[in-house]
Design a protein around this ligand. Structure first.
Ligand code: SAH
Length: 213
């Protein structure tokens, strides 16, 4: 179920859906996604679906992870990335194989602890985690040449705009749970920001406040 053939099939599906970056495809093939979900769901880990990870949250669909990663790297490899919404840690793990340093923030402490343990086990040492409301970003390590947000706010948080470096790129789903969401690509130039609307998507909401549960 978690065999190489199953993984190859997933990668072929990602290609069919338009993912072209070979480095991204290579990481998607090698990443043990079954370790990022509950054991009971492990046999579904290489299907192209979002899956529940507890606390009302989901691990994103592999296609969305690959797509957002590909866009994030489209202007070259950034030296660091800020991720908002660690969740299972899968997106952060994928990024950690492609960029030198990943910073990832999560509001639900239990998910953050689980991700930390898994990264330790996998020996992924270039991911720094923080328990915080990601609407505030992680200013101490900014500005960031790349920011990826994996939960949807209704509007792009001001702090994330500020922490985006000049020349940097942010990928963020924006919209409501009922009215539909769009993936936005925001680039920062010396004289301002340029926003492009990409695919329609469905992410869990970006919620306010850090919680201990
Ligand atoms: N990148 C994750 C996707 C998890 S779903 C993965 O690969 O598994 C989105 C995550 O964003 C959830 O874990 C949710 O708790 C978190 N989240 C929602 N609002 C947040 C906020 N304001 N700050 C930080 N994390 C938030």
């Amino acid at each position: 179920m978690t065999s190489q053939r199953t993984r190859d099939r997933l990668v072929q599906r990602l290609r069919d859906k338009g993912i072209e970056n070979e480095k991204v495809l290579g990481v998607m093939r090698s990443m043990p996604r079954h370790l990022f979900v509950d054991e009971a769901l492990a046999q579904r880990a290489y299907e192209d679906d979002a899956l529940p990870i507890g606390h009302g949250q989901t691990i994103s669909q592999p296609f969305i992870v690959a797509r957002m990663t590909e866009i994030l790297l489209s202007r070259g490899t950034p030296d660091k990335v800020l991720e908002v919404g660690t969740g299972s840690g899968f997106q952060a793990a994928v990024l950690s194989r492609l960029v030198p340093q990943v910073y990832s923030v999560e509001r639900i402490v239990a998910l953050q602890i689980q991700a930390r343990e898994l990264f330790h086990k996998l020996n992924f040492n270039n991911i720094a985690l923080k328990h915080t409301d990601g609407s505030w970003g992680w200013p101490q390590n900014g500005p960031y040449p790349a920011i990826i947000v994996t939960a949807a706010p209704e509007r792009v948080p001001e702090a994330l705009m500020e922490q985006l470096a000049v020349g940097g790129i942010m990928i963020i789903p924006v919209g409501s749970q009922s009215g539909g969401q769009r993936l936005l690509q925001i680039t920062r130039h010396v004289d301002g920001y340029v926003e492009e609307e990409l695919d329609g998507v469905h992410f869990v909401p970006l919620l306010n406040g850090a919680v201990r549960q």
